[in-house]
Design a protein around this ligand. Structure first.
Ligand code: M6R
Length: 615
């Protein structure tokens, strides 16, 4: 998704570099979101200067001289093309006919086509094919009608339908950056040296960790006199920010690569620590007790999420059943409209999202809430839209996840959700106290075992990646409680290595998929659920007899039940529900090294963005 940063520099003494350089560095922190072009605009001597182009920040910033641009008020943008090809002209910022207005945008203006026709009919000249440009011309019209800069910005917003986070520079009020948010994330960063407004916190984490997450429908500006003004667009009422400024406690080091070549591998290695932080917080946090009470008293439980987070909810479904004896309904967020038909008062929805901003999950949550469901959210982002719109907020403690491929957020989501299931189990009498105590002990030991499994798996994952690097297709199979991880492993492999990898319940082989299996076809078995090993052995034999290349992730000590793989990862294990956490890093490492051995950058998978904020 597009990345946005706006900077108002308050102190030249402490932020001495040229503004263009500060903006360029902030944009680099947003690269993980995915982009095809980049640009910036600064106010220099009350005039707008715009530089932009298609390509990587490191190249465009040199050809366009980003670092030489100075001033105290400026904004930058990385574009992920939706309307109009990725090219120099469609790169943001976009300007009006007079050159007095520049805008950057993340989201989609759904009525842009009609607006553009009307603007063209009124004589405006368009440079780009983007939906965004209409907004610059709408502001221009309001300025021409005599509005001041901020009023023109607000008045223009009234015509826009769709989703947006907008920033605008208007030379009439050259000391300000105007912003607005609807269904697309935007956060303010506040320090005595500078004020920031960005799509994500890492953009300004180098300078401040004091943030205000803006809500949908909020509009405002940051200004050179240090003022931060936020209003509710609909009512024009000023929003009191005093209670909303949070110190998030993330350090810039957390968001940097810390000596690793990629964020993905750094984040894989962070898992023991963030899992320990998450487990500790689970035990200290009373919200899990309240969430368990809500779930226990509800008629039905829906688990709403997308992608990796959806796989975490599949693990939650299985844990709720095995530990709590409770049936729940996982719903892929983008399919919410169908499933919402069955939602009613007294139901509960658990919305799981790393970013807390995924639009499909947010829309699902709204629809389910509208129909009377209580909403519990589990996110990694304090004050994200999903957290704010929930009745009860739970948080993972994974820290900033920059790699597009979710790794550490997956295992912390699973840890939080299986903990919730165990809590429910003990509350409804399905789990005895001694079983619950044993479960907690396993969970507390999990960070250490994750570390062991990472150390055991890394050299082997590298070696196996070399063996499998030329394959074009593979399977990832499991049974019982291992199936959600098989699905997550397949997603990791396909998204970063571009090898087609399909996951399914191993018993399904003979109902169709085995017809693809031939000599050396790779089949990975996730043997994390000890209760299924007998049947899994038959599935292994089935694959071996077709000369497949078989890989096993098996618990240490189980070699005699499940043997004969061509390649084996022998892993530390615990209860099957916890093995999903313990075995996940092995598949993440395999995906990472497959990407490297095939010559791809795992941090920038093609066509993917970290946070999907458009439907
Ligand atoms: O921020 P969310 O957890 O809501 O994101 C949902 C998916 O887009 C995300 O999990 C995606 O599948 C992963 N980044 C893939 O690794």
């Amino acid at each position: 998704m597009c990345g946005i940063i706006g900077v108002v520099r308050l102190s030249k003494a402490r932020l001495g570099q040229p503004l263009g350089q500060i903006i360029r560095q902030s944009l680099e922190k947003l690269e993980y979101r995915g982009y095809d072009s980049v640009g910036l605009a600064c106010i220099v001597e009350n005039e707008l200067v715009i530089r932009k182009g298609k390509g990587k920040i490191k190249d465009v910033s040199v050809t366009q001289g980003f670092d030489r641009l100075n001033g105290d008020v400026g904004m930058g943008h990385t574009r992920w093309a939706t309307h109009g090809k990725p090219n120099d002209i469609n790169a943001h910022p976009h300007r009006d006919c007079t050159g007095r207005v520049a805008v950057v945008h993340n989201g989609i203006i759904s009525n842009y086509s009609l607006l553009k026709q009307e603007l063209l009919a009124r004589g405006h000249r368009f440079m780009s094919e983007t939906d965004t440009e209409v907004f610059a011309h709408l502001i221009e019209e309001k300025l021409a009608a005599g509005y001041g800069g901020y009023h023109a910005f607000k008045a223009a917003l009234m015509s826009i339908a769709g989703s947006y986070s907008f920033l605008a520079l208007i030379t009439q009020e050259p000391d300000k950056i105007f912003f607005a948010r609807r269904n697309s994330p935007l956060v303010l960063g506040i320090s005595s040296d500078a004020l920031f407004v960005a799509s994500d916190i890492p953009a300004f984490l180098e300078y401040t960790d004091r943030v205000v997450a803006l809500s949908d429908g909020e509009v405002g500006f940051i200004a050179l006199d240090g003022s931060v003004v936020v209003e509710d667009l609909a009512s024009a009422r000023r929003v009191d920010l005093s209670g909303r400024i949070r110190k998030i406690g993330w350090t810039p080091e957390l968001a940097r690569k810390g000596g690793y070549p990629h964020y993905m591998i750094k984040e894989i290695h962070e898992q023991p620590r963030v899992l320990a932080d998450t487990v500790k917080s689970l035990l200290d946090d009373g919200s899990y007790q309240r969430a368990a009470e809500v779930m226990l008293s509800s008629k039905r439980i829906f688990l709403v999420a997308a992608g990796t987070a959806h796989h975490a909810t599949l693990a939650a479904r299985d844990a709720l059943l095995t530990l709590g004896g409770m049936v729940s309904y996982p719903v892929v967020s983008s399919e919410y409209a169908l499933h919402a038909l069955g939602v009613e008062e007294g139901d509960c929805v658990v919305a799981v999202s790393q970013s807390g901003e995924t639009i499909d999950t947010l829309l699902a949550l709204r629809e389910f809430k509208e129909r009377g469901a209580m909403v519990v959210s589990l996110t990694n982002m304090m004050d994200s839209a999903i957290a704010r719109e929930s009745d009860l907020q739970l948080y993972t403690k994974a820290g900033p996840e920059i790699g597009v491929a979710a790794t550490k957020t997956f295992i912390t989501q699973v840890a939080s959700l299986v903990f919730l299931a165990a809590k429910l189990g003990v509350m409804n009498g399905k789990l005895r106290e001694d079983e619950y105590t044993a479960f907690l002990k396993h969970l507390e030991e999990a960070p250490e075992l994750v570390e062991k499994n990472i150390n055991i798996s890394e050299p082997s994952a590298k070696e196996l990646a070399r063996i499998l690097r030329d394959r074009s297709s593979m399977y990832c199979l499991s049974r019982g409680l291992g199936v959600p991880l098989a699905k997550e492993g397949a997603l990791k492999i396909k998204e970063v290595s571009y090898i087609h990898c399909e996951a399914y319940e191993a018993g399904e082989s003979k109902h169709g998929p085995i017809s693809l299996v031939a000599r050396m076809f790779p089949v990975v078995f996730v043997a994390s659920d000890t209760g299924t090993f007998e049947q899994l052995s038959s599935n292994l034999v089935e694959m071996k007899s077709r000369d497949a290349y078989t890989v096993g992730l098996i618990p240490a000590g189980e070699n005699h039940t499940l043997a004969g793989f061509d390649y084996t990862f022998t892993l530390s294990s615990a209860l099957p529900v916890i093995n999903t956490i313990l075995f996940a890093p092995t598949l993440q490492l395999l995906a990472y090294y497959l990407a490297l051995s095939r010559g791809y950058d795992p941090d920038k998978p093609r066509n993917l963005a970290k946070t999907v904020t458009v439907e």
